[in-house]
Design a protein around this ligand. Structure first.
Ligand SMILES: Nc1ncnc2c1ncn2[C@@H]1O[C@H](COP(=O)(O)OP(=O)(O)OP(=O)(O)O)[C@@H](O)[C@H]1O
Length: 265
């Protein structure tokens, strides 16, 4: 396994409030990891630390975040800017808010390539949207975000984030606010990008059922610490922590199974 991301003893605070306490995690190229935990456990702070998109109140007190040999904690702004989008992509919770309401989807997709100094090949946007599981890419390319559903906006937001072929995709509650059908489609898309295209995935979610659907490993966070980590099947079948058991028991029993995308029938 090629090492891609190594987080070592990361501690992050907002003033006197410690949000992450000595968190360590590793991710290989093409691997998938879901970080689960209840609200306030530190999941978003962890993900934002990796992308160095923390709010100004946050302070990284100690630790290292190594991405392909670069320490993201000490890297200068120009290095971080060159990694974001091209190597490290970020998907926010609300797809609609990630899009510019004033421009069509097609224009926004083309802008991403131009912003990274690339030519826009003919029919590129259409092919990208098809990869995202969008069945009518011509209509979606010509649409403004207000003309799309929440689930379509989120898939377009994923398209924007992976347009330049990143090796790591960070997704923060990517299905928040979506209904079950849209949730499954976005989960399926993230799972496909990881399993079929080899994009490494770190997603954070409060829903351990969603975590099991998209990731091969699960890390459980509580009060800024990783309290349990392991292969998805083991964590779901034999959690070592009562807290993990509570998260599993909180998943609504809708007949959903936890078969992971890309694992076949
Ligand atoms: N901008 C901020 N200023 C001050 N404290 C913050 C800020 N953002 C987060 N925190 C605090 O840091 C801790 C971790 O928050 P974080 O948002 O990382 O958790 P989370 O697990 O992602 O929660 P949620 O699922 O609700 O987004 C919480 O105690 C939270 O109140």
């Amino acid at each position: 396994m090629d090492g891609l991301l190594e987080i070592d003893s990361l501690t992050v605070s907002y003033g006197p409030n410690r949000a992450l306490a000595s968190v360590s995690l590793e991710l290989g190229a093409g691997e998938s990891l879901a970080v689960v935990g209840e609200s306030g456990s530190g999941k978003s702070t962890l993900l934002r630390s990796i992308a160095r998109l923390l709010p100004c109140q946050a302070r990284i007190e100690s630790g290292a975040i190594e991405f392909r040999g670069t320490d993201l904690v000490t890297a200068p702004g120009r290095v971080l800017r060159s990694l974001r989008g091209s190597q490290i992509a970020y998907v926010f919770q609300n797809g609609r808010e990630s899009l510019d309401p004033l421009f069509t989807v097609g224009r926004q997709l083309d802008e991403v390539l131009r912003a990274h100094g690339k030519e826009v090949p003919p029919s590129w946007g259409e092919a990208l949207l098809r990869r995202m599981g969008i069945e009518d890419p011509g209509r979606v390319l010509a649409a403004f975000p207000r003309e799309l559903s929440g689930g379509q906006c989120q898939r377009v937001a994923v398209a924007l984030s992976v347009a330049c072929g990143p090796s790591l995709l960070l997704a923060d509650e990517p299905t928040g606010g979506l209904d079950e059908e849209a949730r499954d489609k976005v989960g399926g898309l993230l799972g496909d990008l990881n399993a079929r295209e080899g994009v490494a995935l770190v997603t954070v979610t409060h829903d351990i059922g969603f975590a099991a659907q998209v990731a091969r490993r699960i890390a459980v966070m509580r009060d800024g610490r990783i309290v349990e980590e392991g292969p998805t099947e083991r964590v779901m079948a034999r959690p070592s922590q009562p807290y993990t058991r509570e998260l599993i028991d909180a998943v609504p029993r809708t007949g959903r199974t936890f078969r992971r995308v890309g694992d076949g029938a």
